[in-house]
Ligand binder design. Sequence first.
Ligand code: MN
Length: 291
Amino acid sequence: MNIKQIEKIVAPPPVHYVGDGFRVHNFIPSTPGLDMRRMDPFILLDYNSKHFFPPSDRPRGVSVHPHKGFETVTIAYKGGVAHHDSSGGGGVIGEGEVQWMTAGAGVLHKEYHESNFSKAGGYFHMAQLWVNLPAAHKLTPPKYQHITKDKIVKVALPGQAHALLIAGEYLGHKGPASTFSPILFMNVVLAAGQQTQLNLIEGDTTALVVVEGSIEINESQTAGTDHFILMERKGETFSLRANDDAIVLVMSGQPLNEPIAAQGPFVMNTRAELMEAYEEFRTGKFGYLEE
Ligand code: MN
């Protein structure tokens, strides 16, 4: 097993708001060195670090917007996200839950703080990752995978740590989410002082987000809360040691190595397909959804 080294540790960039409910640090693609090509198959990562939202009668969020050609993966660490779409679907992503939405051929949706959370106010902490779809599956019918806590697979790791596996295979276990290309997506949970070893696939795009606590990687470099770590493609194995109780989001995916034409909420392979997506949106092909 060859050591996988750190390529880059990124401190959380200044926040911006998506709508009025998502106060996010954008790591992918706007951070230098984390563009869509390098991060293939990951297109975007918006990370809402833990933030207190005061009570509000009107749920904060982001109003009606389309997506086409990829998947959005939303993970709620604190607080809840409600969503509604143009096919009449909707639901709540509760604390500790994940929504894996395949936009595929196109959806229209809106995303808000869950209404009880919104009324009470509280800490909100979430991440949304956009995973590209292979060209062969870009027009797959839209669907949701609502991954509740009981579906997430607990995997024992060396050194008493454990992983909460959402997608992909790890140490003989299989995560609940189905994906269109090989993706590993999991949270690694370490108590203070614990050290563990991860073995991933050489050549994949591998990155970490320190969601809680702080960690030391390969017994050399420390990354604090809300920091993003890009690992080299080379190598397979690396160690994580928790300086204090830590949760580390791990994403690793096989690059698609296909042309990317991305603009706004659409991720296609060619400029012509992008234009087509805008035209479909303009002419109501994604359906109708009330603001
Ligand atoms: Mn959206």
